[in-house]
Design a protein around this ligand. Structure first.
Ligand SMILES: [Cu+2]
Length: 461
């Protein structure tokens, strides 16, 4: 399939990088303040006009929240939007009451209201936070930011760099394209794809790094629907963590990252510059430049990856509870009808009248759709069949799962993640221990797919 070019302009901009700021949000060590509000933002294209985005603390991406593992994170959040919202802490094995899913784990936070999120962060890794009320719209308008939980044992990185990638849809004036929000065409296909790639809010930013340094690079895909196909030139860095969880390191110069996913790399910098490209279009699209500078700084010579603590062992599965999930729907699919609010309806009617397009086990998913009731402590195998013509980025709240991943090569690799990219037709097992009580969403992180039915609830008690 031909994909739309990213390019609105052919200019390759060279701008200094604004690393996501923390100073404006931090009150003290583990206490942060976030405000969501209508904010002015200028995308850095040619002939650009100001966009009206919805941002946290008027920044894109929202401020970087970083906290030490084992601490209690407190975020005092104020909603200055004209509509209700909440914040989800993606990948945190959270307390259910602070998972931030509007109308499931908490009431929506109304305009003008303040809500305090307070929860322990027991896993070190790369996470992110984003709006979770009408997230297909609120995230696309800019309501997201990075959340870094720092290791307490020294690993030996000289630099720790977070890159948040987004794929915006801009109009010809380089403004956020509001008119196309909610397009049924997007919802029934790949979701809302953009035409403007940003890293930390900028196009092709330049990042200075020191020769011979060991860099931890944390990459977050905050886009609504775009799976990025990234490639490093001159380097083949090691992937050291997926969705926050440390993995057995493996080297990759090109890789994909789906909406909601994170990948951490160890970059052993030599004297060569490093470029990151996006490879979905015919011509590699410049994404970020790492410029190597000589440094007089004292660099760590030794990197100790064993201090990246593995989270969990693969659980025993002989008594596992098996939950079948058959995914159907969308354009070019085989779904002709589905259950919606207890009634069987044709997909044609569901699409035109309800904007519903995707089903799990024959039912249009929603927060009222129960996938399973699980007894706490059980090992669960979600046996998923992507019986659609599209990729889906499946995310489980409150837990990480083990998966025999086909994301990195044709050979499977057992990894732990919270968001797994499924190919069309793929059947896969997601294995996890149901050790966190509450109502947990399982949904596609292509946010338009979730909004139109690819969502359900797993109850653990
Ligand atoms: Cu999907």
């Amino acid at each position: 399939m031909k994909r739309r070019n990213f390019l609105l302009s052919s200019s390759t901009l060279m701008l200094s990088l604004t690393i996501p700021k923390i100073s404006l949000a931090r009150v003290n060590k583990n206490y942060f303040k976030l405000t969501a509000q209508l904010s002015k933002f200028k995308f850095d294209g040619k002939g650009n006009k100001t966009s009206n985005l919805w941002l946290y603390n008027q920044q894109s991406p929202g401020p970087s929240i970083s906290v030490d593992k084992g601490k209690q994170l407190i975020v005092e959040f104020k909603n200055l939007l004209e509509e209700p919202t909440t914040i989800h802490w993606h990948g945190i094995r959270n307390i259910n009451a602070t998972d931030g899913v509007a109308n499931l784990t908490q009431p929506p936070i109304e305009p003008g209201e303040t809500f305090i999120y307070k929860f322990p962060v027991n896993d070190a890794g790369t996470f992110w936070y984003h709006a979770h009320n009408k997230s297909w719209e609120q995230v696309s308008r800019g309501l997201y930011g990075p959340l870094i939980v720092k290791d307490t044992s020294p690993i030996g990185f000289d630099r720790d760099i977070t890159l948040v990638a987004d794929d915006w849809r801009l109009n010809k004036d380089y403004q956020f394209d509001e008119k196309s929000l909610g397009s049924l065409m997007d919802w029934s296909h790949q979701g809302r794809l953009g035409n403007w790639l940003t890293i930390n809010g900028e196009s092709n930013p330049k990042i200075t790094i020191e020769e011979n340094s060991n860099v931890r690079l944390r990459l977050i895909n905050a886009s609504n629907a775009r799976t990025f196909n990234f490639k490093f030139n001159n380097y083949k860095p090691e992937i050291i963590a997926l969705d926050g969880a440390p993995c057995i390191p493996f080297k990759r110069s090109s890789f994909q990252i789906a909406p909601g996913q994170r990948i951490d790399f160890l970059l052993k910098i030599n004297n060569k510059n490093l470029n990151l490209f996006e490879n979905s279009t015919e011509k590699p699209y410049p994404t970020a430049i790492f410029e190597v500078k000589k440094s007089s700084a004292n660099l760590n010579k030794v990197i100790n990856l064993t201090n990246l603590k593995k989270w969990n062992k693969f659980p025993k599965i002989n008594q596992a509870e098996i939950i079948d999930i058959h995914m159907q729907g969308g354009a070019m699919g085989n779904l002709s009808s589905a259950i919606f609010n207890g009634e069987k309806k044709s997909l044609r009617e569901l699409a035109s009248k309800e904007s519903k397009l995707w089903a799990l086990n024959g039912e249009i998913g929603s927060y009222n759709y129960s996938i399973a009731d699980i007894k706490i402590g059980k090992t669960v195998i979600l046996k998923i069949w992507n019986d659609t013509s599209w990729k889906h980025s499946m995310h489980l709240h409150g837990h990480h799962f083990w998966v025999n991943s086909l994301e990195f090569s044709k050979k499977t690799k057992m990894v732990m993640r919270d968001t797994y990219l499924m190919k069309p037709g793929e059947k896969v097992d997601l294995v996890f221990q149901a050790n966190n009580p509450g109502l947990w969403l399982f949904h596609c992180h292509m946010l338009e797919h979730a909004a139109s039915g690819m969502v359900g609830v797993i109850s653990i008690s």
